[in-house]
Ligand binder design. Structure first.
Ligand code: BGC
Length: 861
């Protein structure tokens, strides 16, 4: 008896401690509509013990009680992206999957279970037809019994809102996503089991123009009855359509809603639609239907106004205190026919009225016409705005401060990281970066959120993608964006400047823009260890590099459109283009190496080397010892490429330019800025990088913030007129990666991607007293924070199960240091303590650790 109690007593804590958490299929939790044949499973092994390693795992996949895949116990420390290898998955089916793992002592965790649903795998699974009509469509149908399972598969070009029995289906907004429609349209999958009843039912849809500029939809509801029989409700010629209250909708211009034109009951069974017209069967858009395997756009939050003013009679201006993407929800009571207008803006004039000059052609105006009676609540469906201020006119009576409430709208990517430090300005920049990035994830990474643009400009996209990956879980989002790039690639291998291609983005991309293709592919591999994106895009990035070769002369490129965009000091376009030509060849070579393709690996490595020497020959100025025109960007791109021969004082020229010619300011555009900070850190100039980061005079991030910026501006200059000057352009947010990687010191290790190996190497610089970073990686949570007091430096580090890390403890100005870890001596008298793996390198003591939480403390000795 007593031994049984003993056993139970130790068994419980072990099971509770060893667990898999955060179960995902293709980066998503419990996803619906998985439409890949071999989905990948990931989990995070949890064990607070130090040096914990997964030694084996077991995955079991089943459907309807039958096992379709059982891996058995597989000896492996891999916990991410394990490919499904069982019986072929079937369309529109629900699967359960379970996983457990064993630690280094062969103790097994309990199983944890999650679910996924498959989508419609092939064109033949789609019985529904594309239909087109006015912006409301409906259909009554009847079911013999209440279903046990029902899934709705829906796509719209442009936007749709699906409704069943009077209620909106799901919580997506601005669906379907923006894709290269002639190649691919994304459908969403909803579990609608609970929305359907025995007897009469109705399905309805509201349609908006979206990016496609038309109103067409395809809906297929697959229903399973308790007795196993199935029914399909699908869009076809029997659906009816009629115009509804949305009298106009446009992403840029806003929505006009006339509540008097509502058709009450239209989305419920039994509505009299005899006067409605038949829909027309639309030619199917040429693109294939693929599942939306990324977080949809949602309303992710609300903001109450911080201030309401009335700069003119009958005009009220609401200040939400933050630039963001979305719209406002209006509460109003008045007479039928009264017309309320809401205009949106990023800035105000001195007299308190809104300044919409920088929206250029976007009217950004929502109009609501009252139906009269009780309080009415309205929010638009098929538009979004980038704004901080909303102007209200035509309002009956006097509004309250909560008459308008802001709704924040963007791709609902999960927050993945956090950065903070003892310097207020850094925290404010971090805030602006996070809001700037989030409000520009609108199913594609956009350049801005307010004016008549909001396109997937490719340089902007790759320049802020690393900062995005450190602040949000971007894996599914960028997997989709890379597919969009693939879908946009031309036969000659070129890709457009914007993806999808905007009407005005003609011809092949500027090399600095098109290199988003190889670069985002590489970043996905480095940060998520995702080999499949390399497999899927290798051919595409190689064709992109070959396209550049076709435009090159003697190893350099003259072809340039934008170069180092919006700089203080210009840089020759051919220099920037040749740099990205090198980057493209280099990434192609690396991708080939990763895939084990030795022939192309060697060929593209040789090409990269040739570009390097051609760059050196063409752009080096032997008298000045600088590159190109000697601009900061010219020199720093040369240094980043590694072309600068040892002993050449180019780095000194760069730091002189920053320190003296520009009085501790950068002069770089979006390209140079991205590479400047890592370069300065790599070359031992973190203190200077820090001075630039915390600078508050022009040009700097602090300059924007001191002038009230709550997101990042497009320009270093303060402008508000009728010109190109968005106040929410995340491209200068590239510095956000440096916050995590250099200041908090959480860096990946190229040799073991996906944070299997981690470099913890914080830069203890300037007047910074402490810095802290956290990051949810695919292998589990990583954190690094440090603080200092006199000569004492305290570093706290967390490393996930199965990962290893090198922790770099700086000696600072001290000759000899002593280091303890959790109070025990680990380094003293220039030597590691027994059993501790450590070495001295670059004036730092480097400790090798496994998983767990560690507290290092350095002091002088
Ligand atoms: C966009 C940019 C983009 C650029 C191309 C601008 O209008 O807003 O961010 O990269 O055009 O030069």
């Amino acid at each position: 008896m007593s031994s049984w109690i003993l056993l139970l007593a130790c068994a419980l804590p072990v099971a509770a401690q060893l667990a898999p958490s955060d179960l995902r299929v293709e980066y998503l939790r419990d996803p619906l509509g998985v439409d890949v044949a071999h989905p990948r499973f990931s989990w995070v092994p949890v064990d607070s013990e130090r040096g914990a390693k997964q030694s084996a795992y077991q995955i079991v996949v089943s459907t309807g009680g039958a096992t379709v895949w059982d891996t058995g116990k597989v000896a492996s420390d891999e916990n991410a992206q394990i490919e499904y290898g069982g019986e072929a998955l079937q369309s529109d089916k629900s699967y359960e999957w379970r996983v457990r793992w064993w630690d280094q002592n062969d103790r097994s965790s309990a199983y944890r279970e999650a679910h996924f649903d498959t989508g419609l795998f092939s064109a033949a699974d789609w019985k529904a037809r594309w239909i087109r009509g006015a912006n409301q469509m409906r259909k009554d149908f009847s079911l013999e019994s209440k279903p046990v399972r029902a899934r709705a598969f829906v796509a719209g070009v442009g936007y749709y809102e699906l409704r069943i029995n009077g209620r909106k289906v799901g919580d997506h907004v601005l669906d379907s996503p923006y894709t290269v429609y002639r190649r691919r349209i994304l459908y969403s999958t909803y579990d609608v089991t609970g929305m359907l009843d025995a007897g009469p039912n109705a399905v309805a849809a509201m349609l908006g123009e979206g990016w496609f500029g038309a109103r067409a939809a395809i809906v297929q509801i697959e229903v399973e009855m308790p007795d196993g029989r199935r029914a399909t409700i699908a869009t076809d010629a029997t659906w009816k359509s009629a115009p509804g209250p949305i009298v106009a909708d446009s992403i840029y211009n806003g929505e006009a809603y006339d509540a008097r034109k509502e058709t009450p009951g239209w989305d419920r069974a039994g509505f009299d639609d005899s006067k409605w017209s038949a829909v027309s069967l639309d030619d199917p858009p040429a693109g294939v239907l693929s599942s939306q395997m990324m977080p949809p756009i949602r309303v992710t939050g609300e903001i109450m106004p911080v201030k309401m003013t009335s700069p003119r009679p009958g005009m009220w201006v609401f200040d939400f205190g933050q630039n963001f993407s979305g719209w406002v929800r209006l509460k109003v009571r008045g007479e039928a026919g009264e017309k309320v207008k809401i205009r949106h803006a990023e800035t105000l004039y001195d007299d308190g009225t809104i300044n919409v000059e920088n929206l250029r052609g976007a009217r950004a105006t929502d109009t609501y016409i009252l139906k009269g009676g009780d309080a009415e609540i309205y929010e638009p469906r098929f538009t979004y705005h980038g704004f901080r201020y909303a102007e209200l006119t035509g309002f009956p009576g006097t509004p309250q401060q909560d008459t308008l409430i802001a709704r924040v709208v963007h791709s609902d990517v999960e927050p993945a990281g956090g950065f903070s430090a003892s310097k207020t300005i850094l925290n404010q920049i971090q805030h602006n970066i996070v809001w700037g990035i989030a409000s520009n994830l609108e199913s594609i990474p956009t350049d801005c959120n307010q004016r008549d643009e909001r396109m997937g400009w490719m340089a902007d996209a790759h320049l802020y993608s690393e900062a995005a990956m450190l602040n949000f879980d971007m894996a599914a989002f960028y997997t989709n964006f890379l597919r969009n790039i693939r879908d946009s690639q031309d036969d000659d291998g070129s890709v457009p400047d914007t993806v999808p291609r905007a009407r005005y983005a003609r011809g092949p991309a500027d090399p600095a823009w098109g290199s988003a293709y190889p670069l985002i592919t590489l970043y996905m591999y480095q940060r998520y260890g995702d080999r499949r994106v390399i497999e899927e895009n290798f051919d595409g990035i190689r064709r992109w590099t070959d396209f550049l070769t076709s435009r090159a002369k003697n190893g350099t490129l003259d072809f340039s459109k934008y170069g180092d965009w919006v700089p203080i000091e210009p840089t020759p376009g051919p220099l920037v283009s040749t740099f990205y030509y090198y980057v493209s060849a280099d990434v192609t070579a690396r991708a080939a190496e990763i895939l084990g393709k030795s022939q192309p690996a060697q060929a593209y490595r040789e090409l990269a080397d040739e570009i390097k020497s051609a760059f050196e020959q063409r752009f080096f100025n032997p008298e000045a010892k600088t590159y190109g025109n000697g601009s900061q960007t010219s020199n720093l791109l040369a240094l980043t490429m590694g072309v600068v021969p040892k002993g050449t004082p180019t780095l000194g020229r760069l730091t002189d330019s920053i320190n003296y010619q520009h009085n501790t300011h950068l002069s770089t555009g979006i390209v140079g800025t991205r590479y400047l900070f890592p370069l300065l850190t790599r070359t031992g100039n973190s203190a200077l990088a820090y001075d630039l980061a915390v600078q508050t005079t022009y040009p700097s991030w602090g300059y924007m913030i001191e002038r009230g910026a709550t997101t990042l501006w497009e320009l270093w200059q303060e402008k508000t007129g009728d010109s190109m000057n968005s106040h929410n352009h995340p491209m200068f947010g590239s510095i956000g990666a440096w916050f995590y990687e250099a200041l908090a010191g959480i860096d990946f290790d190229e040799s073991a991607p996906g944070y299997r190996k981690i470099q913890i190497r914080p830069q203890v610089v300037g007047d910074l007293r402490w810095a802290s970073g956290t990051l949810k990686t695919i292998r589990g949570p990583v954190s690094s924070s440090w603080s200092r007091d006199g000569d004492t430096l305290r570093m706290e580090v967390t490393i996930p199960v199965s990962s290893t890390a090198e922790v770099w403890v700086p000696k600072g100005h001290l000759d000899e240091i002593q280091v303890t870890e959790s109070g025990k001596n680990v380094w003293k008298d220039g030597r590691a303590a027994e059993g501790v793996k450590a070495r001295e390198e670059d004036g730092q003591i480097v400790f090798e650790i496994g998983s767990g939480r560690y507290v290092f403390e350095r002091s002088g000795s």
